[in-house]
Design a binder for this molecule. Structure first.
Ligand code: SAH
Ligand code: SF4
Length: 443
């Protein structure tokens, strides 16, 4: 029995991929361990979306050198978005001689064959495919080792066709490929039978799901069909692109109690000029009208978003447009990032880079504005009772549980009321902070 350690950097897609990697490795006789020191095989599933993520993956890889020196039989591999880039693959080849192998984002189904070569041949392996030659077929029914019995990720599509000018994802994940609707439905039915309470559908742009299928289907119709599966479970999905979010989708959410009352809708910028240079294919007004429709048709829905600060050419006035939009929509959470130039993307070559200190100052203002809004939004929950999925002991206090409400709110409440990890619980909210609610269990 060999021991495998997998560390995941980046987004939920990578988390889901790592669960498949562990599933396949399990069928090959590998058992997962929780530290690299115990492992015979170490795999890092890397991210490339910002420079910071790459530097983290590289420095963590650097720390493995001494393990390899102690144990020559140890195998070290890298996969995921970072090494799918030619220049990073070369970096690994030349500067990280203790890395035994790398494999690209569409090669996970071929893991058995990859590991056979890694263990069978005394040389290093660099398995990365060119998407133009090999776009990556979808392989169904791969084994998956779900990290939690009660929460599951289900990828419904792979890749991205949008080419937002700042983003590396289309280059490292290839073109959009949707899974057949029946395959997704079968997966979700099986997970529900096995006791999953929360299922999160994944794709870079779930709203364009199904457009590439032989018989095209909309994401809304997939969601509607999944929501009709009987059982005690809820559905989440990410990520939505505003240009493809439809009224049909919003109506489906409104009609189904199984769809959670939370919508993550990346904005990126509140300025029309910046949105155009980002190649986002919507403007401020289209974005605002979508949020109005969501709030009208799905009462109580909470909205979260992503914002990039300091995109090339972003002026003070552009940034003010972003702030004013945040104030108008009153999001329940904003993931904000300072623009990070990505090699090979159009924006990397755009003029008028925003100086780091200007971006930092804008970011600080954005956070101030948003935290004040979030605190007010959260205070409005005090006195209300929310249904939430109990996710186990709180990281802050072992006497408390953490739970996630339908609206996506993180709630802490004292143990002892009978709640159990992995089950739905009703919590009466007694206090609010900017990033979480505090409550007590009620029957
Ligand atoms: N497909 C999803 C997720 C993309 S990556 C989507 O379209 O929303 C997640 C977030 O990272 C993006 O929404 C964006 O806000 C941010 N991001 C992507 N590329 C970036 C870059 N080069 N610099 C800074 N932030 C970036
Ligand atoms: Fe990147 Fe845009 Fe595709 Fe999202 S939609 S993955 S931001 S290119």
């Amino acid at each position: 029995m060999k021991k495998i350690y997998v560390a995941t950097f980046g987004c939920q897609q990578n988390e889901a991929d790592s669960e498949t990697i562990l599933g396949i490795a399990g069928t090959l006789g590998f058992v997962p361990v929780s530290t690299p020191e115990e492992a015979d095989l170490i795999l890092y599933n890397t991210c490339a979306v910002r420079e910071h993520a790459e530097l983290k993956a590289l420095s963590t890889t650097g720390q493995l050198k001494h393990l390899k020196e102690k144990n020559r039989a140890l195998k070290i591999g890298l996969c995921g978005c970072m090494i799918q880039q030619e220049h990073r693959k070369e970096d690994i080849k030349n500067k990280y001689p203790y890395v035994d192998f790398v494999f690209g984002t569409n090669m996970i189904p071929r893991l058995p064959e990859i590991l056979e070569k890694v263990y069978g041949e005394k040389k290093r392996h660099f398995f990365v495919e060119d998407f133009d030659v090999n776009p990556g077929a979808i392989v169904e029914d791969l084994p998956v080792r779900h990290r939690y019995p009660y929460k599951a990720y289900v990828s419904i599509m792979y890749g991205c066709n949008n080419f937002c000018t700042y983003c590396v994802v289309p280059y490292v994940r290839g073109r959009e490929r949707s899974r057949e609707k029946d395959a997704v439905v079968r997966d979700v039915e099986k997970l529900v039978r096995e006791g999953a309470r929360e299922i999160t559908l994944l794709g870079q742009n779930v709203n364009s799901y199904g457009k590439d299928l032989a018989v095209p289907v909309s994401f809304a119709s997939l969601l509607g069909e999944l929501a009709a599966i009987p059982g005690d479970f809820v559905l989440r999905f990410m990520t939505s692109h505003p240009k493809d979010a439809t009224s049909e989708l919003i109506d489906t959410i409104a009609a189904s109690p199984k769809c959670e009352r939370h919508f993550h809708l990346p904005l990126q910028s509140g300025s029309d000029a910046v949105l155009k240079r980002m190649n986002r294919h919507y403007d401020r007004e289209k974005y605002l009208s979508l949020t109005r429709e969501l709030k009208e048709k799905v009462p109580g829905i909470c909205l979260t978003t992503d914002v990039i600060v300091g995109f090339p050419g972003e002026t003070d006035a552009d940034f003010e447009d972003t702030l004013s939009l945040l104030k108008e929509v009153r999001f329940d959470g904003v993931f904000s990032f300072i623009y990070s130039p990505r090699k090979g993307t159009p924006a990397e070559k755009y003029p008028d880079r925003v100086p780091e200190e200007v971006s930092r100052a804008r970011m600080a203002r954005l956070l101030d504005t948003q935290l004040a809004i979030q605190t007010e939004n959260n205070e409005a929950f005090v006195g209300r009772t929310l249904v939430a999925l109990c996710e186990g002991t709180s990281k802050n206090d072992p006497a408390f549980f953490s739970a996630r409400s339908s609206e996506g709110k993180l709630i802490h409440f004292p143990k002892g009321g009978g709640a159990r990890e992995g089950e739905f619980v009703r919590v009466k909210i007694t206090a609010a902070k900017a990033i979480m609610l505090i409550g007590e269990e009620v029957k």
